[in-house]
Ligand binder design. Structure first.
Ligand SMILES: [Zn+2]
Length: 305
């Protein structure tokens, strides 16, 4: 543990904020998921808005995403420890977004290897400092002790890396640019549980931070993976596979059609943001500002087609 992290924890300890396990659901034998809150970042939720998971093998544990702050990460580590005393050998980060990786500090300094997409280290270097600055504003003192993770092992795009937890193997796949340019999925072969990271949003409106066209292509390939259930990056602890992809695919396809229409009509970016219809609020939550941002991202991408 670094000096600054330790100092942060001492401040919090003095304030009487004790580590406490997060609620988890065992979605399949040995596969545990914590469901993030369907909220934007607040000091109260400490960045805890993404789903997090861990898989327990006979010899070792793999943690999949660490949360949105060191405080959430500390409680996440406590959660793992409340369920198993087997060593955490792997910490897998599904992508660069702060709600998935800023809880890493409490997992560093031990024997755990940090794994991610081949482009994750660059994304952390480029975006990490501004993420920390923004999250400082949004979370305030709840960001105490938060540090950017270092990545020990990367997975090349299109490659599959296997991890052996003892009697169960995980498959890590790095995808071409979709939700971001560094999306990684994890499949537990024994139970057919697929951790999709933010390649899958359920309930919370998807955010396009990579490529709309790329994401739709990745969804086709992703849907072909054999799995019994999927753990989305946002949404319920698990959902039926591949049916759970349908609403997201419909939203992204609708976005592509509407933005292409706006471009064909010669609308400006600002006009397109007004013209592209908002998604159904009965189906999606936290629609704005994300829908508007998605229109901007799609317009900027599709105008070069
Ligand atoms: Zn994300």
């Amino acid at each position: 543990m670094s000096a600054s992290l330790l100092a942060g924890f001492l401040v919090l300890a003095a304030a009487g904020i004790e580590a406490a396990p997060l609620p988890v659901e065992e979605v399949a034998p040995g596969v545990f998921v914590h469901v993030g809150r369907e909220e934007d970042f607040t000091p109260e939720n400490r960045g805890g808005i993404a789903n997090l998971g861990f898989v327990v093998g006979a010899d070792a544990v793999a943690v999949i995403d660490t949360g949105g702050s060191a405080l959430e990460g500390r409680d996440w580590l406590e959660t793992v420890r409340s369920i198993t005393d087997r060593p955490i050998r792997y910490v897998i980060l599904t992508h660069v977004h702060p709600d998935h990786m800023l809880g890493s500090a409490p997992f560093t300094g031990g024997d755990a290897e940090f794994l991610g997409h081949a482009l994750l280290p660059r994304a952390i270097a480029e975006r990490g400092p501004s993420y920390l600055a923004n999250m400082k504003v949004l979370l305030g003192p709840a960001l105490a002790g938060t540090e950017l993770p270092g990545i020990d092992v990367t997975v090349a795009v299109g490659a599959v890396r296997e991890l052996d937890l003892g009697g169960r193997r995980l498959e890590l796949r790095a995808w071409p640019t979709a939700h971001t340019d560094n999306d990684l999925t994890v499949r537990d072969r024994r139970t057919g549980t697929l951790f999709a990271g933010d390649l899958l949003f359920v309930g919370r409106l998807p955010v396009v931070d990579g490529s709309l066209v790329g994401w739709l292509e990745v969804l086709d390939e992703l849907a072909a993976l054999p799995a019994a259930r999927v753990v989305p990056g946002h949404g319920p602890a698990s959902a039926a596979w591949p049916d759970a992809l349908a609403p997201e695919r419909a939203y992204l396809e609708g976005l592509r059609v509407s933005v292409r229409e706006a471009l064909d009509r010669g609308l400006s970016l600002a006009q397109a943001v007004e013209a592209v219809p908002a998604p159904d609020p009965a189906r999606w939550r936290l629609i704005e500002p994300n829908h508007g941002r998605n229109v901007v991202a799609a317009y900027t991408e599709l105008e070069w087609e």
